[in-house]
Write a protein that binds this ligand. Structure first.
Ligand code: VGL
Ligand code: ZN
Length: 205
């Protein structure tokens, strides 16, 4: 069997996406302690962890005022674009920035780049990642788009059900998004069922 290597992608856990923010995801803050536990497990197993962030210019066709769907959020350099203060982002974490192009919605982390300007998919290939575990915000937008793109890249993808929440602009959007991700080939897991591939040390829980 070919060697496999897991990695964690934490999607857009930023102040504007939690209650009190500009585009709050209901219960968005609840994913933070759960993600912190996933982050610890991946790091203890010697596996990579990536953090995507939504990072828009003030003027973008993503915002209502310029023809898009959303109120202004995650504007570059503002407190709303910071990671949630309780999210345990390691000092050496790889941050994937997306949404900086004023012509793009960029819901997917695969439209993002590392600080060196490398596309996320290339970075994953270089890191030898074959299995991507995805949690964060929001289930029906950036988690959905990132998961579907990861599957298109040929990765095995697992959505972390206890570490995602959705916007649900229409009731049921998140459930429909999860069904779509499963249909496209995504697996699902929780802290209780997680078994990591390619861990340097066996995970004990
Ligand atoms: C997102 C709506 C607008 C997300 C980003 O991170 O899911 N949703 N921009
Ligand atoms: Zn956005």
């Amino acid at each position: 069997m070919a060697e496999r290597r897991a990695a964690l992608l934490v999607v857009d856990v930023q102040n504007d996406f939690v209650p009190g923010g500009a585009l709050p995801v209901p219960e968005g803050d609840r994913v933070v302690p759960v993600l912190n536990e996933y982050i610890r497990r991946f790091r203890e197993a010697g596996l990579p962890v990536y953090f995507s962030r939504d990072w828009h210019p003030e003027r973008t066709k993503h915002f209502k005022e310029y023809g898009g769907a959303w109120p202004p959020h995650c504007v570059q350099g503002t407190p709303g674009a910071d990671f949630h203060p309780q999210l345990e982002v390691p000092a050496d974490a790889v941050i994937i920035t997306k949404g900086a192009d004023p012509e793009e919605d960029a819901y997917s982390a695969f439209q993002g780049r590392t600080p060196e300007g490398e596309p996320f998919a290339e970075r994953l290939r270089r890191d030898g990642v074959t299995d991507l575990y995805v949690g964060g915000l929001a289930t029906d937008y950036c988690v959905r788009a990132s998961t579907l793109d990861a599957l298109k890249q040929g990765l095995r993808v697992t959505v972390l059900l206890d570490a995602v929440r959705g916007v649900d602009v229409q009731p049921g959007d998140s459930e429909r998004a999860l069904a779509e991700m499963r249909e496209a080939g995504a697996a699902t897991a929780t802290l209780e069922t997680l078994r990591l591939e390619g861990a340097a040390t066996p995970s004990t829980s």
